[in-house]
Design a protein around this ligand. Sequence first.
Ligand code: ATP
Length: 324
Amino acid sequence: IKKIAVFTSGGDSPGMNAAIRSVVRTCAYLEKECVGIYRGYQGMIEGDFKPMDARSVNNIINKGGTILKSARCEEFRTPEGRKKAHDQLVKEGVDAFVVIGGNGSFTGALKFNAEYGFPVIGIPGTIDNDILGSSYTIGFDTAINTVVEVIDKIRDTASSHNRLFFVEVMGRDVGHIALNAGVGAGAEEILIPEQNLGLERLLESLKRSKASGKSSSIVIVAEGDKIGKNVFQLKEYVEEHLPIYDVRVSVLGHMQRGGSPTCFDRVLASRMGVKAVESLLEGKSNLMVGIRDTKMVLTPLAEAIKAHTEIDEELIRVSDIMTT
Ligand code: ATP
């Protein structure tokens, strides 16, 4: 392997730039050529490549988003699209690639490898932390810190007016952001896609909270919460069934995907980039780099793409105890 390509694909996450920087600098250190591909698989199909040397990634470790841009690409889902992508990589003289992204991006890489025997390694970049084979994905730590910071601010105004806030956070299929940020910000209740807390229990809990003398309440709701009502419907429901509260709603949205990455995400991304390039040069392929018990580990991409919906029961218990 003489030349390695790197790109970001799917939803962006803070720390992707640190991962790009790491891949580029590891290639430079090991005297391999490196090219960046703009806009993920779309740019691969179009041949949107740029040679990257160690200096091309100066001053990006602290930046959110991705300097290589990200995109979703329908054409890559077809054999014809992947053929075009392969032709472009061959034309450019690329021997292997590192894809930074989520489940969909890894699925595309696996298909590409199955068809062309092209060496591929994945780095998990998503704020959702929903990937098997890594305790943490790049961007998750930054996202939960962003959410905690915002909820601290919401709590200031909530307690000044004795209000109840429903705060919606990202997480369509998994509640890692809601659960971790909820415990970190001291939320009264946390509603996640993995469990149905039930409206009765929510009302009971809010009643108890009020009776115990709390001056404000924050309920964190993951987008995919199983209770079956969105934050606005929850507001109406509580106003109707528990008129003791003045209720407000805050939907945090895309701010959760932005911002300067935390030190944890920068270090994680730097370690993963080194491991990805070294693995390719050791002749490995179809693997994802992950972290487990503070060590870098490799997991087959075919395993990594299986939905990671395991819930942290211990953290739920901690949350329950903390809301006493
Ligand atoms: P996130 O979870 O943050 O959204 P992701 O990597 O899962 O990230 P997707 O939009 O699912 O994001 O996938 C990114 C791209 O990967 C798609 O736009 C497509 O080009 C490619 N891809 C996804 N699934 C497949 C598939 N089954 N076959 C081929 N390519 C795929």
